[in-house]
Design a protein around this ligand. Sequence first.
Ligand SMILES: [Mg+2]
Length: 252
Amino acid sequence: MLKILNKNKKIIKPKAVLFDTDNTLYEYEPANKKATKAVGDKLNNLLGITEQEFLKKYIQSKNEIKAQLGKTASSHSRLLYFQRLLELLGLKAQLLIALDLEQTFWRTFLDNAPLFNGVRDIFFELKKREIPIGIVTDLTSHIQLRKLTYFGLEDIFDAVVTSEEVGADKPNEKVFKLALKKLNLENEENIWMVGDNPDADIIGGKKINAITFQKLHKGISQGINEQEPDVIFDNFIQLNHYIQKLFKKKDE
Ligand SMILES: [Mg+2]
């Protein structure tokens, strides 16, 4: 399914396409669930912590770190979550265990985060048409760069911006503006923004007047009112067909 919601916007060949990463290029929740479980299992093996106790304290630790840091890249840091989790479990500063849990989390996460069908083809299609591709993503650079290289996409992007680089998560316009600056497309309005999150990606995309595309799948609510995207789609193969049709029109 691909549906144009905003009929007033003329959609033409873009000057660049910006993509979110998490839950846009792959499904976040199954990976997060398996990674969290692997951490729980490890804590159980190492320290005899029950799953119930782990989950209770993990939620508490996440909430504390998020409240402490606000909408910043490090508010998503698993290392900070696990460090605080160990403190909440009464274990004080267990540095090696905190580092080990972080590694366990991301290793398991990446093993369970296959790219959606059609994502690679879209990137190849855009590259073939010489349309620059950017990434705008929340979280720290180390893990986001690790994810993108793990996916085998290290040669795809013309610009990558993480929220760590600008000190604030999306929808802060600094994230989007830095991506355009890196692409030498400052003040360019014919940009597409593709993401899953109505607040972060759609509101953020609108701040640079981009054409906004929301990727929908299980667990995602479609943006409404000021968060309403210009286009919704649930399948990258269809988005790719749409792009190919658009280019054909232009070529004729
Ligand atoms: Mg996302």
